[in-house]
Design a protein around this ligand. Sequence first.
Ligand SMILES: Nc1ncnc2c1ncn2[C@@H]1O[C@H](COP(=O)(O)OP(=O)(O)OP(=O)(O)O)[C@@H](O)[C@H]1O
Length: 262
Amino acid sequence: MLEIKDLAVQYGKQSPTIEHFNLSMKKGEIISVVGESGSGKTTVIRAVLGALAGGGRVTQGDITFHGESLLKYSREEWRKLRGTKMSMIFQDCGGTLNPIRKIGSQYVEYICTHSSQSKKEAWKLGTSMLEKMRLPEAENVMNSYPHQLSGGMRQRVGIAMAMTFNPELLLADEPTSALDVTTQAQIVRQMMELRDKSQTGIIIVTHNLGVAAYMADKLIVMQYGKVVDAGTRDEVMNHPTNDYTKRLLAAVPEMEGERFVS
Ligand SMILES: Nc1ncnc2c1ncn2[C@@H]1O[C@H](COP(=O)(O)OP(=O)(O)OP(=O)(O)O)[C@@H](O)[C@H]1O
């Protein structure tokens, strides 16, 4: 479904931020990209979404989605793809919500921008998506301002919005790092449920190897913009080839009292 081949990305005149990045993803697969701050994880997923910040540009390689190069996409083609076939969730979805508008009005606008539904239908769809994400009192949530919700609830709103049109690919940038451990575990389980039900492929970027190992079918470990280990979860967890991966593994945090290392 998604192929990234020998990708390099450069910001301004700096030396390339990522180089020789490869990834191959099938429908419904979960791939985790792990690595410390600044290793280039966010750059990878922003490149996939055609949304590199700060003048970042692809200088080598290709990104294909169902065999078509995304690098050749026009603005209009991107507009059609984003939000429907491909969507993104961030570390703090609250940050992407407008603080002075109620959730419901923002959600309805989001749905109406990406489909031809009436406002009434959009409200119904938004509410049902919030219910699917197990938000209690979904109508109340729709009538709330972002600051009236907890961080975990806002994150569920963000995931609900991203999942509205059953995307084939969900790009998740540190989706649980702003949350406490219990909420983190709930959100992780809900994302996995979405994959099981809708066959959504997920790329999750995180510095938390515990979360990555728990969720992922495949792991990619990055350091200084390069892939230092990659393979199935069990390959990387049980037979790391790189010293950095070994150090990360030794420091795997606990999630719900379990270490996600077999
Ligand atoms: N908007 C930008 N303008 C210029 N350089 C950038 C920009 N964004 C990222 N970079 C460069 O790319 C490097 C990697 O950043 P990136 O955000 O991809 O890393 P990361 O692994 O996701 O880190 P973090 O976990 O802190 O988000 C940075 O150290 C910086 O040199």
